[in-house]
Design a binder for this molecule. Sequence first.
Ligand code: BJW
Ligand code: ZN
Length: 247
Amino acid sequence: MGGELLDIAAARLREASSLFVVTGAGISAESGIPTFRGAGGLWEGFSFQSLATPEAFAEDPGRVWRWYRWRAEQYGECLPNPGHDVIAQMEAAIPEVLIATQNVDGLHRRAGNVNVVELHGSIADMRCVACERLAPFPQGAIVDDPVPRCAHCTAAMRPHILWFGETYWPGILEQAQAAARQADVCLVVGTSAQVWPPVALALHARDCGAYLIDVNPEVTDLSRTADAHLIGPSGTVLPELWERVGR
Ligand code: BJW
Ligand code: ZN
């Protein structure tokens, strides 16, 4: 990682009064949560693209539920890592901060962030397919039918997660766009930048004048257009960056 670029990025963060953060699966990699794209992306021979869709749920809700229960079990054992901790410290130090996360693991809140928008939902919740009421995600081993039923109307429940082809919940993108518009710095961490509109939010921030920092060990379409691509794992890069900011 170039020390000079790190210093420039740190200087922008030191002066920032408004910060917009976009995170993806990479920030939780060092907490032990596998990323989507890349090695290890298969589950029982299915790719995540064939499980995270409304069509997959309609075809075999039990299979989709078993995948999410398996993931929820994994997530339950994971803790925030130094990358999450730095983002919590940023929220405490900078007047206006919003975290728009694509992750459903809840680790930003567990690290202490409050201003979090969960763009793709949360693995802590499930939702009725008919009446749309939310309920806590089931805990423990699956007994009998893996598909939980709604306590109000007995219809099937589904994970409260945004699948491919689904429209973002009302207000979610608007809230993120407003933060993007007024940001002095946009910090993107650990996303392959393949899913729209999260990428569009970061580009919108930059178009509105924000300095765009991307933290990722790999090159992505977004890192190529960023003002600063800080190359490396976020659990190392973010603490180094924040130390140089000294806020
Ligand atoms: C590290 C690291 C370390 C490793 N430190 N980094 C325009 C153009 C083309 C297509 C579309 C378009 N607009 C819409 C679409 C369709 C589609 C889409 O984007 N498709 C593309 C794949 C082509 N989008 C949608 O369907 C979305 N809906 C929508 O757009 O509605 C229309 C609409 C929009 C606006 C208004 C009104 C209507 C919905 C998308 C929902 C995505 N859901 C998923 C699955 C569910 C979540 C779950 O089960 O958990 O969400 S897909 C999956 O990808 C998941 C993630 O949140 C999402 C993003 O992945 P992410 O986070 O980037 O992870 P990876 O694995 O891809 O990358 C990890 C990165 O970390 C890598 O770069 C590593 O290098 C890095 N890394 N270790 C830092 N230690
Ligand atoms: Zn219901």
